[in-house]
Design a protein around this ligand. Structure first.
Ligand SMILES: [Zn+2]
Length: 125
């Protein structure tokens, strides 16, 4: 039985700490909170005592960090894709096809944002 613990992260609210614990539990890693009761009673005091700490038994530490790193990487990956591709994948409100922002009309159905006035698509030059 493990008798020592490692801190894997600290979180401003119990809700986020619970998410982390759930993520770890899904990977078969037991996790424990420190300060949870205090934060629950008073979140301002929670800030003062260093937020909710999530601990795992030392033998699980590396695995836990790997699991959390993967989550973080996935999230950053999604954010990066969004940043590099701002609005390029808007959807047509009429047919739900991809609607590039630099186009005036949907390339699939010819729907246009312009004030609801539908102009004949095939007269574009
Ligand atoms: Zn369309």
């Amino acid at each position: 039985m493990a008798d020592s613990f490692e801190l894997v992260g600290q979180y401003p609210t119990l809700v986020i700490a619970e998410l982390v614990k759930t993520t770890l539990a899904a990977a078969g890693i037991p996790a424990f909170f420190e300060n949870a009761e205090v934060v629950q009673q008073d979140w301002m005091l929670g800030n003062a005592v260093g937020q909710v700490k999530v601990l795992v038994p030392t033998p699980f530490y590396e695995q836990a960090m790997q699991v959390l790193d993967e989550c973080r990487l996935n999230r950053e990956e999604r954010l990066r894709e969004k940043d590099e591709d701002p609005g390029a994948a808007d959807r047509c409100l009429a047919c739900d096809a991809e609607f590039p922002q630099d186009m005036d009309a949907c390339p699939t159905c010819g729907w246009t944002y312009a004030g609801g006035e539908l102009e004949p698509f095939d007269e574009d030059d």
